[in-house]
Design a protein around this ligand. Structure first.
Ligand SMILES: *[C@@H]1O[C@H](CO)[C@@H](O)[C@H](O)[C@H]1NC(C)=O
Ligand SMILES: *[C@@H]1O[C@H](CO)[C@@H](O)[C@H](O)[C@H]1NC(C)=O
Ligand SMILES: *[C@@H]1O[C@H](CO)[C@@H](O)[C@H](O)[C@H]1NC(C)=O
Length: 387
């Protein structure tokens, strides 16, 4: 008889004894519990004392992912845009281009105002302003000494002004002091700054029917798109631009779903600077949106902290520079989140890192003309400089 068999037999015997005993109901149920626990095999113990706690810890770590994954159950997608086909070839005349869109051509182009709230995207701002340079009448830029989340922020435009001498004669610059209400919803500070931008636009001399670009610094309309819209008559009063979404650099093409940028034919007293949906029409393929496209790891950290979704930095190690570099090169998510989509098919289709893209065709001209300087934005150069 083996030792193991003997032991288990003995256990059974003890249990039989206890379970057969007479006693008070409490004592009886206590000993029954003991019997049940004794009767469980090793695997069940592992399950109870290892797998269950691990599962609970996993829920703590990934709870956000689970809610995101289940999003299609509790949220339906917004009403789709009416997407206007976009025609372009460099050899077509403006008259032909306008006609292809069903618009007439004007005697002279509209004036163009490009207005942005600036945080710390110095390189993106340069690429944007160079891209739009031939067509912009006035650049309007507002910066604040407060992030949307209420932290003190250096005035980075002000201190880098020498890099923007090329727009000097066309620039209306404004600075607004933050209110530093730390616990407030960051969207309130953001709205406050956008209202100030409306004032600044008036100071810049905007008038009815001027073309106004409302978009974040990293949402860059392509030059030919703006040229089309300033020359054609009868374009919609408010038109969203569909932009190609990139993350970290032009190496990681995500999708075509960026829609927040919008173009307005300005109406005094009516047009308000906003970054939400303001119309149902959207022009296809209107430019680029490069999120978190920074040169230095330190800028990623600043942005992650200043972000309106600061609650996404759930663990301090998310801000570790080595981790951030790793995430950038892999094309995975800085906040370890799931894709924000409305159907299971799309969520599953986007799980895991973004595939590398090796196309640098149709990128902003200034970027390609200065490829060495902006190498980190081009395919195959994910490692960031320290600093
Ligand atoms: C564009 O037009 C130029 C001059 O009219 C011509 O030489 C060139 O071949 C055209 N390019 C294309 C791609 O059609
Ligand atoms: C922010 O700017 C405002 C306006 O210039 C100034 O009064 C305030 O002291 C500044 N705050 C900080 C913390 O720099
Ligand atoms: C995005 O749009 C471009 C141009 O319209 C198209 O070539 C590309 O296939 C689209 N990509 C995706 C993922 O939708």
């Amino acid at each position: 008889m083996s030792e193991g068999y003997y032991n288990s037999k003995k256990t059974d015997d003890i249990c039989d004894d206890v379970c057969g005993e007479q006693g008070t109901p409490t004592a009886l149920s206590m000993s029954r519990l003991r019997c049940i626990l004794r009767g469980l095999d090793f695997k069940t113990y592992v399950f109870l004392f290892v797998a269950v706690p691990l599962g609970i810890f996993g829920l703590y770590l990934h709870g956000q992912k689970i809610t995101y994954f289940l999003r299609p159950l509790w949220e339906s997608p917004p009403k789709p845009f009416h997407e206007i086909p976009h025609y372009y070839h460099e050899n077509l005349s403006m008259e032909t281009l306008c006609k292809l869109h069903g618009w007439g051509i004007r005697e002279s182009p509209r004036r163009v105002f490009d207005a942005v709230l600036f945080s710390n995207e110095v390189d993106m701002l340069t690429i944007r302003w160079k891209e739009l340079y031939p067509y912009v009448t006035q650049y309007v830029l507002l910066e604040s000494n407060s992030t949307f989340t209420g932290f003190v922020k250096p005035l980075l435009f002000s201190s880098n002004r020498d890099r923007f001498k090329f727009v000097q004669s066309r620039l209306t610059y404004g600075m607004i002091g933050g209110r530093f209400k730390r616990k407030e919803n960051p969207f309130i500070e953001e709205a406050y700054q956008r209202v100030a931008l409306d004032q600044l636009l008036k100071i810049a001399g905007i008038e009815d029917d001027d073309l106004l670009i409302m978009s974040d610094v990293d949402e860059i309309p392509s030059a030919h798109t703006i040229n089309l819209l300033r020359w054609c008559d009868d374009i919609p009063q408010v038109l969203h631009l569909q932009l190609r979404n990139y993350l970290y650099s032009f190496e990681f093409f995500l999708d075509n779903k960026s829609w927040r940028a919008s173009i307005h034919r300005y109406q005094a007293g009516k047009t308000r600077y906003a970054h939400f949906r303001q119309a149902d029409v959207m022009l296809s393929d209107g430019g680029w949106h490069c999120s978190f496209c920074f040169r230095y790891i330190s800028e990623f950290i600043i942005k992650m902290k200043a972000y309106s979704h600061y609650d996404r930095v759930r663990f301090p190690h998310y801000l570790n520079p080595d981790r951030i570099q790793d995430v950038i090169c892999k094309g995975s998510d800085l906040f370890d989140m799931l894709p924000e989509e409305y159907t299971f098919k799309e969520i599953i289709g986007k799980l895991g890192p973004i595939p590398h893209s090796y196309s640098a065709v149709h990128l902003p001209a200034y970027l390609l003309n200065n490829a060495e300087k902006y190498k980190y934005l081009l395919p195959g150069n994910c490692r960031r400089e320290s600093g």
